[in-house]
Design a protein around this ligand. Structure first.
Ligand code: C2O
Length: 560
């Protein structure tokens, strides 16, 4: 805790002395009480794990350069850890949050102070539980405002609102995933999607309310849209209104207009909407995107944009949602994303590559004698055919304290054998298992091609990398061709983000610089795929310079 405050204080005093008008470095304090809360949705009640009794949880506000201290107190029967999704955590991996990767979880009755400074980032991110399936109800927005006096690189909106998209299950999500693990089959899908915690009226519960955003005619609104769902990519639309996209994953983009955004779990998108239509109530809709033969929750969540001054009984303007398999709608949106790449916000795309990696991502089938419903096998997932096995001690602790036998550094840089990745797949669908990391020297530049496989089914995988932003330099359908595809890479203004969709039956290429020492998780942000093993970690060594080493752990780091 002291480590975070002292540098901030020192800077504060120095700056206050030199330029009294420009001081903004602050410490923000939050307390998260993780507790059960009885909650009614879809006309029935159930207890959910919540932060401070809220669904979605409280929004964290900070400014770029602030130090944020969040005391998390665990009052529930589950182990808990919280991840600040997209916060780079420069040298402070101890505050990153994924259970058994950077920390042991916080045990029932215990607490932990997350302490990190936000450096070089501004925009919308979110926080969520990073253990079991608790993320389904334990999540909320994390808003990083620009430094005081620094404007947005677009006309300042009159108002801002956080829009958290998620899912609602009638049953307990821990029971849902435990049942699936026992059977070897896929878990049930959710019963509804939610917009700021509410599904809106649905067939079996027409009285179910929806979120309402009141708008004043002529005013502009920045919506900070977050997909906090466990397993579903979503289309988001507003009847009768265009949206101007200005930022994704807390990086500015070249603004463009669209009537539909596609947002995968783990992604955030800021859009500006102007209330320039006739008075009325305009439907806001979140509906699933799934272009593979895989079951999804087909419920559309609805909310309303409610013009103020509207008399009661005014018209309601509806919107249609894209079909769930509307790949072209998703592609149009993804293809339009470009880094702003201005003088003030340059895109620092690595132009040379020290480590060129090729990872297949997809499913597999392993033997499971007790899995009767799945005929003696279970669905698994893997990266380069390795199904990641969670350790029982955090990898970062094992790394820092040199504990042997927790992980190995032989994660393969290429698949074990080549095949037609997007075709029917090899005869043997079995994966290997292990707790393997890929080791990188400090400051190495990395190019990583993520290739979807057609094993069991091709599917869009939103891959999230902790500890870094990366640039999405290329994307294609079919098998990546290392001879011809790199010629088409965008090394000038590719979108910079922390979570990227690997298209169903296709690939994406990303680049990043390993300038953050520590152990950094990378996984599919569809929670079911993470559970099945579609995850791995990078171990980045310390550099030699003064600010290039992982800091020591805080005193209250939870024990396993
Ligand atoms: Cu938002 Cu490792 O996750």
């Amino acid at each position: 805790m002291v480590g975070g405050i002292i540098p901030c204080l020192r800077m504060f005093l120095l700056l206050a002395f030199l330029f009294p008008a420009f001081v903004h470095c602050r410490v923000r304090h939050y307390t998260f009480n993780v507790l059960m809360k009885n909650t009614t949705r879809l006309c029935s009640s159930k207890p959910i794990v919540s932060v401070n009794g809220k669904f979605p949880g409280p929004t964290i506000y900070a400014r770029e350069d602030d130090t944020v201290l969040i005391r998390v107190v665990n009052h529930v029967k589950y182990n808990v850890s919280i991840h600040w999704h997209g916060v780079r955590q420069l040298r402070t991996g101890w505050a990153d949050g994924p259970a058994y990767i950077t920390q042991c979880p916080i045990r029932p009755g215990h607490s932990y102070m997350y302490n990190f400074t936000i450096t070089g980032q501004r925009g919308t991110l979110f926080w969520h539980a990073h253990v079991l399936w608790l993320r389904s109800t334990v999540h909320g927005a994390l808003v990083i405002l620009p430094k005081l006096g620094v404007p947005y690189p677009f006309p300042k909106p009159d108002h801002e609102a956080v829009v958290v998209l998620a899912e609602w299950w009638k049953s307990d999500t821990e029971a849902v995933i435990n049942e699936a693990i026992k059977s070897g089959l896929a878990p049930n899908v959710s019963d509804a999607h939610t917009i700021n915690g509410h599904p809106g009226p649905v067939t079996n519960c027409p009285s179910q309310g929806g979120y309402k955003l009141s708008v004043d005619p002529g005013k502009s609104y920045m919506l900070r849209v977050i997909n906090a769902a466990l397993n579903e990519e979503l289309f988001f639309k507003i009847a009768g209104h265009q949206m101007t996209v200005v930022e994704v994953d807390a990086t500015y983009v070249k603004p463009f207009k669209t009537n539909t955004i596609m947002i995968a779990p783990g992604q955030t998108t800021n859009v500006i909407v102007t209330a320039n239509q006739g008075s009325g109530k305009y439907m806001v809709a979140a509906s699933p995107f799934m272009d593979a033969p895989i079951a999804v929750d087909n419920q559309t969540a609805t909310a309303t944009l409610h013009y103020s001054g509207a008399l009661s009984g005014l018209r309601t303007v509806l919107t249609s949602t894209p079909p769930k398999n509307a790949t072209p709608v998703a592609n149009n949106f993804v293809d339009a994303l470009r880094s702003l790449n201005s003088n003030q916000y340059p895109a620092r795309v690595p132009q040379t590559v020290d480590h060129s990696l090729f990872f297949t991502v997809g499913l597999g089938l392993n033997p499971c004698p007790s899995c009767k419903p799945a005929n003696g096998s279970r669905v698994v997932a893997s990266v380069n055919n390795v199904t990641f096995v969670m350790p029982t001690v955090a990898l970062l602790q094992a790394h820092f304290f040199n504990l042997k036998g927790v992980f190995t550094t032989d994660f393969p840089g290429n698949p074990p054998f080549a095949f037609n990745y997007t075709g029917a797949g090899p005869a043997n669908l079995q994966t290997s298992t292990g707790t393997k990391v890929y080791r990188l020297p400090y400051n190495a530049t990395v190019q990583l091609v993520l290739q979807d496989t057609g094993i069991i089914a091709p599917e869009n995988h939103p891959i999230h990398l902790h500890g870094f932003n990366f640039f999405a330099v290329g994307r294609g359908i079919g098998n990546f061709n290392p001879k011809t595809d790199p010629a088409n890479f965008n090394l000038v203004d590719p979108v910079e983000r922390n979570t990227i969709g690997v298209p169903a039956g296709g690939w994406v290429a990303i680049r990043f610089r390993a300038d953050n020492p520590g152990v950094w998780f990378m996984h599919c942000h569809l929670e079911v795929h993470t559970t099945w093993g579609l995850k791995m970690a990078f171990l980045v060594d310390n550099g030699k310079g003064p600010n290039e080493s992982l800091l020591p752990p805080p005193k209250d780091l939870p024990k396993c």
